[in-house]
Design a protein around this ligand. Sequence first.
Ligand SMILES: [Zn+2]
Length: 366
Amino acid sequence: MKAWRFYGFNDMRLDDVAMPQCRPYHVLAEVLCVQPSVTEVQLARGIRTLAYDHIKKRLETEAPVQLFGHEFCVRIVEVGEGVTRFRAGDRVAARAKLPCGNCPLCLSERSHLCRKGPIIGFQLPGCFAEFAVLPEIALVKVDDRISDNEAACLQSLSDSVAAVETAQIQLGDSVAIFGQGSMGLECLQVARSCGAGKLITVDVREEACRISKELGADEAINASACDPVQAIRDLTEGNGVDVVFECAGGSPKQGLSGTKSLMQAVGAVRSGGKIVGVSWFGQPLEVDVDLLRERSLRYLFPDISTVAHLEHTVRLVASGRVRLKPVITHVLNGIEAVAEAFEITANKAKCKAINPAQVVLRSKVS
Ligand SMILES: [Zn+2]
């Protein structure tokens, strides 16, 4: 089969590799649609972010190696011994992080909290390939009302569901979301489904503001035209919002805000309110902790998403409560196009992409 392999940073090639073999408690699946995550794109280019040291070591010691590809929709072609929840023909998506099966958490039926297991695409081969062998424990069935393209977004959406759950939104809470990229737009819609009151979004791109209004924002503030902190205070009788999701931070080279949106989040949240840190910054940052302390702010980080979160994302999308189609801006065809999808995803701002660029490997009828 064909698979993309990584020979080093900035060196990915489409190779012929051996067909993977199905094994007990796993399924063999054909890849229908796959997209690179922003983190994967940064790692492929040698940009320091989550899991950088792990990827660097694998490239140095194992290259060429199949890496990345944890956001996908696949169709099962064969189930291994012991698989009970799925059969050939099922379309499935997956949780990327797997339980280890051996630690005290796993052995006491709390394996959803385990952080010791492998990650699809990082320790295990992912789906930048025609076929993949995937563990049953990671999989959820994709509802018929969800397209292959939407299903490829479910993994990322499940992280947004976990982020919103972390905020413990109360009915009517005012919520601001900094950054209207794919995770910001997801947090917006999931927060809305959780009973949020006034929903305010912030972005520097007019088009992103327009889409966030379309997807349920009451107010969309263009931060390139005004001071978003003042605007949010004006919209909340001077108090600030109950909850802020900070989804815009990260390297300005990738079109992100640096640390500016975090500082703005601190200014925009009410005293005693919550900031949920969704962004990855890629480097240590300075925060005035005394200010957080003085104002009793909670700076929270999302828990890892579980299979239960992933199952909930299926419900949210199938029922239309979360809409993904408006954020899927770039769809390419054929496995050869994966490198181009990395290129577009690395330059989302320039390409006017919201979701990562997707690649369709197979049409609905095989
Ligand atoms: Zn474990």
